[in-house]
Ligand binder design. Structure first.
Ligand SMILES: Cc1ncc(COP(=O)(O)O)c(C=O)c1O
Length: 395
């Protein structure tokens, strides 16, 4: 690394709170699935800003929508309307199970809002006994107060007691565990169709079908956190489509803006009516400068059949990893859906991430021993081949 980049990293670490275990690299440019650091070193991006840049870096239609909108109007308060917000909400309603949308700025904020929505839904029905939200062990729903409480991982809660009350965590993919909990005190069941941060664990299809039935029988809302799985990542625009199970409420963020900050709560029926004037809001939610490029993201996704391409590329990637597994005892399991893929290995995943970076591949580790691959959905198979060669060498 150049002296200049090293100097700038020292400056960064002085001025920024040390919230992240950052790698000492400053990225400067990106195009498609390639990113370049401040020294001009090229990397193939298998991380996509943590499942955010699903259309790759600097997608021309997203850039155009952003720059065109910048010439017209950045923002007005939510006490008025703006056209990109109207168009984006209408599009999301058209292409999903939902009747209505609420916009915010991040995944945690979307989940925070969905939790409020569920509580208000029960309150409005006069259902005072319903005071419980069930979530899954190993889940991840964000770093805010309710997001942390909903998350089924103790490590993210340390130091933040008292944690918000009213959440119970049960084992994922275990229908008997849910059956034992379901009754008329359950406001909602909240889960990720594929647990991302928990180690890339997809739900079983039969499990989700049964969860839906149990929620219907108990009168509880089913909320899918599709912050990571949504916007084409799992081989359909939304992961719930691949399972054939519709939620009542769904949260989105990450790839909806392809790098611009946006989150959304989608809901149907009475659930969509629960949040009313004065009960919820967000200054920047649905702001014009972010809604216009987010609409371009959805248009490109649909017109260019990106989720379908992702399903095919994901299959190829998983096949290649399974072939590698046959050759390598250090690989324990390959799992995932679409291009949300995990490789469980023996040994420390973080060490492999570091070595991949040295060789020009940006990948990620979740938990101690799982490598996670979440490239742009437009990644070429030839780039996957290059990574497989690199992993064959390293593992
Ligand atoms: C499933 C899920 N929910 C919520 C979040 C939190 O999103 P954000 O970091 O945008 O608040 C994440 C982030 O990784 C996530 O993967």
């Amino acid at each position: 690394m150049s002296e200049d980049q090293t100097k700038k990293i020292l400056q960064a670490d002085k001025a920024l709170m040390s919230t992240y275990g950052r790698f000492p690299i400053i990225f400067k440019n990106g195009k498609g699935a390639r990113i370049w650091d401040a020294d001009g070193k090229e990397y193939i991006d298998f991380f996509a800003g943590l499942a955010v840049n699903n259309l790759g870096h600097s997608h021309p239609r997203v850039v155009k929508a952003l720059t065109d909108q910048a010439e017209k109007l950045f923002h007005v308060t939510n006490l008025f309307y703006n056209q990109p917000m109207i168009d984006l909400a209408s599009k999301l309603v058209d292409v999903s199970f939902a009747d209505q949308v609420f916009f915010c700025n991040s995944g945690a904020e979307a989940n925070e809002g969905a939790i409020k929505l569920a509580k208000k839904f029960s309150f409005d029905k006069g259902d005072k006994k319903r005071n419980k939200i069930i979530t899954m062990e190993n889940s991840f729903h964000g770093r805010t107060a309710a997001g942390m409480a909903a998350t089924g991982q103790d490590k993210i809660k340390t130091g933040f007691a008292p944690i918000l009350d009213g959440f119970e965590h049960i084992p994922f993919n275990d229908i008997d565990a849910l059956k034992a909990k379901m009754d008329n005190t359950v406001t909602a069941v909240l889960l990720e169709p594929v647990q991302g941060e928990g180690g890339v664990t997809p739900a079983d299809k039969d499990y989700l079908v049964e969860v839906r039935k149990l929620c219907d029988a108990a009168g509880s809302l089913l909320i899918f956190d599709e912050v990571q799985t949504g916007i084409g990542r799992c081989g359909a625009l939304f992961a719930y489509e691949t399972f054939g199970v519709e939620p009542d409420v769904m949260t989105l963020a990450k790839a909806l803006g392809n790098g611009l900050p946006i989150g959304a709560i989608l809901a149907k029926g009475d659930a969509a009516k629960a949040l009313t004037p004065g009960s919820h809001g967000s200054t920047f939610g649905g702001t014009a400068i972010v809604s216009a490029p987010a609409l371009a993201v959805l248009d490109v996704m649909i017109e260019e059949k990106i989720p379908e391409k992702c399903a095919e590329t994901g299959k190829y990637f998983i096949e290649k990893l399974n072939l590698l597994k046959e050759k390598k005892d250090t690989i324990k399991q390959v799992r995932g859906l679409g291009l949300l893929i995990g490789l469980e290995i023996e040994g420390k995943a973080a060490d492999v991430v570091k070595q991949c970076l040295d060789r020009g591949f940006v990948i990620n580790a979740v938990q101690e021993n799982v490598l996670r691959f979440v490239p742009p959905l437009t990644i070429e198979k030839s780039d996957i081949d290059l990574l497989i060669d690199c992993l064959e060498d390293l593992l």
